[in-house]
Design a protein around this ligand. Structure first.
Ligand SMILES: [Zn+2]
Length: 455
């Protein structure tokens, strides 16, 4: 079955372009800040706006209030569907309609809640994250119109920026309405406005609390210092033992992997150094591509350390030190497994036979795209046809917790993570914006992808 050409789709998106940007402007004006109350009226209005816009592009959409695990009312969600044939594949389109707060409008160059176009970018809170996702889905469905050859289900969430507390109960209660062959999560972004990307992986995370004890009580450092090391030093030795001389994690059982889908282009070191504010002489730790170190290899961070403050310190050998280790795990490793390996290593590497206690804390699963899935190949093809350049896969070092959850609840679905952002988008920060060039090309790409999935 012959599909639409990229030029046909492009012409349709061009014809619809003013409407797409207007949807985004109106969405920005709604001030859908979920931090001001997930269940509040302004969030319901935001959901109703999105449902109405989806109805205008053929989706039978409605607003439903979720319930939290404890039965209390949750977020205002938008769900809907457009079924074309029981034999056609089904695609779930995801975005979220809530936005990050604006703590200080004075940090913005424009009014955060008035969509303002400057130099090819539309500024405003939620212009990219994730009003852009809503605009992409709306534009793609409009472009396909009656040529749509896949069944569509839609979930536009109302509490993503609050960590999705009612996400699991809501999805579980509406499993049939979300069950699909392909899930397109339009909440991430591209390599740049001109170079498209699939987000190929997310790291998982886990934490442990560690207590190192060398003494039953504090003693004087003049009397006992020498043979008896303080617990801060013992803790430092224990932490250092987790690394090899290159700065790679040297704990057997904590997995590392290479970028999922292959590495087309490494991350620019100068950019990372500048963005992170690395001091001049600092040598980046670890080995292998910078992309693998940032996205798919594990990383350890001491995020808490209880020690006596410097001010008011005196000549005592500390008996006991407690610290919290945060471990970002390789996308495909179960975090429980990495946590067990970490705990085992810590317990068996006590410096000078100190007492070690490890308390295991919560785990969050990572996620890795299936590079061989049909939907993945169709998406990469649609991107290249639309943008005219080869996509560059990119992973994310952090987590988007609902994506592994979606994959867990729908294990056979092919999940694609796309989105409206680019490195200049400033999502979650002042002066958030979306590239209008990028948005238009994302709309065309998604329409083309849906068309390919229907063949
Ligand atoms: Zn988002």
């Amino acid at each position: 079955m012959a599909g639409l050409t990229v030029d046909e789709v492009r012409a349709r998106v061009e014809a619809d372009w003013d409407r797409i940007v207007e949807v985004l402007r109106r969405k920005i004006a709604l001030q859908s800040v979920s931090a001001k109350g997930i269940t509040a009226d302004h969030m319901k209005r935001s959901a109703e706006f999105v449902a109405e816009e989806l109805r205008l592009v053929g989706v039978d959409a409605k607003v439903v209030q979720a319930s939290n695990e404890d039965g209390t009312p949750g977020a205002w969600e938008v769900i809907g569907s457009r079924m074309v044939s029981p034999d056609a594949p089904t695609v779930l389109l995801y975005a979220h309609h809530d936005v990050q707060p604006v703590p200080d409008p004075a940090e913005w160059d424009t009014d955060p809640f008035v969509g303002t176009e400057i130099d090819g970018r539309l500024y405003g809170r939620g212009s990219a994250d994730d009003g852009g996702g809503i605009a992409i889905h709306s534009g793609a469905l409009k472009a396909l119109g009656d040529d749509l050859k896949v069944n569509i289900k839609v979930f536009i969430e109302g509490e993503e920026e609050m960590g999705s507390p009612s996400f699991i109960p809501f999805i579980s209660a509406h499993k049939d309405e979300f069950d699909s062959d392909v899930i397109i999560v339009a909440d991430s972004g591209n390599w740049s406005a001109e170079i498209p990307s699939l987000t190929t992986s997310l790291r998982g995370n886990t934490c442990v609390d560690v207590t190192v004890r060398g003494l039953k009580h504090p003693v004087h450092s003049g009397q006992y210092g020498g043979p008896i090391l303080d617990s801060n030093t013992l803790a430092a030795m224990l932490i250092a033992s987790l690394y090899d001389e290159n700065g790679d994690i040297a704990v057997p059982g904590i997995a590392a992997q290479e970028p999922v889908g292959g590495l087309q282009q490494d991350v620019d070191e100068a950019g990372v150094r500048a963005d992170a504010g690395v001091v001049d002489g600092y040598v980046l730790a670890g080995s292998g591509s910078l992309a693998s170190r940032l996205w798919t290899k594990p990383s350890l961070t001491v995020i808490g350390f209880d020690a006596h403050p410097v001010d008011g310190s005196f000549n005592v050998i500390a008996p006991e030190t407690r610290f919290r280790l945060s471990l970002r795990t390789a996308p495909s490793q179960r975090p429980e497994e990495a946590q067990d390996a970490l705990a085992e290593f810590l317990l068996s590497h006590a410096p000078f036979g100190a007492e070690i206690e490890v308390t295991k804390l919560e785990n969050g699963m990572g996620w890795a795209m299936d590079p061989d899935a049909v939907a993945t190949k169709d998406a990469l093809e649609a991107m290249e046809e639309t943008f005219g350049v080869k996509p560059i896969n990119q992973g994310q070092g952090g987590s988007i917790p609902f994506i592994p959850e979606l994959q867990r609840l729908f294990p056979s679905a092919q999940v694609l993570v796309t989105g409206p952002e680019d490195p200049k988008a400033n999502a979650h920060s002042p002066n958030e914006s979306i590239s209008l060039y990028g948005l238009k090309h994302n709309v065309i790409t998604e329409a083309l992808l849906l068309d390919k999935l229907g063949r």
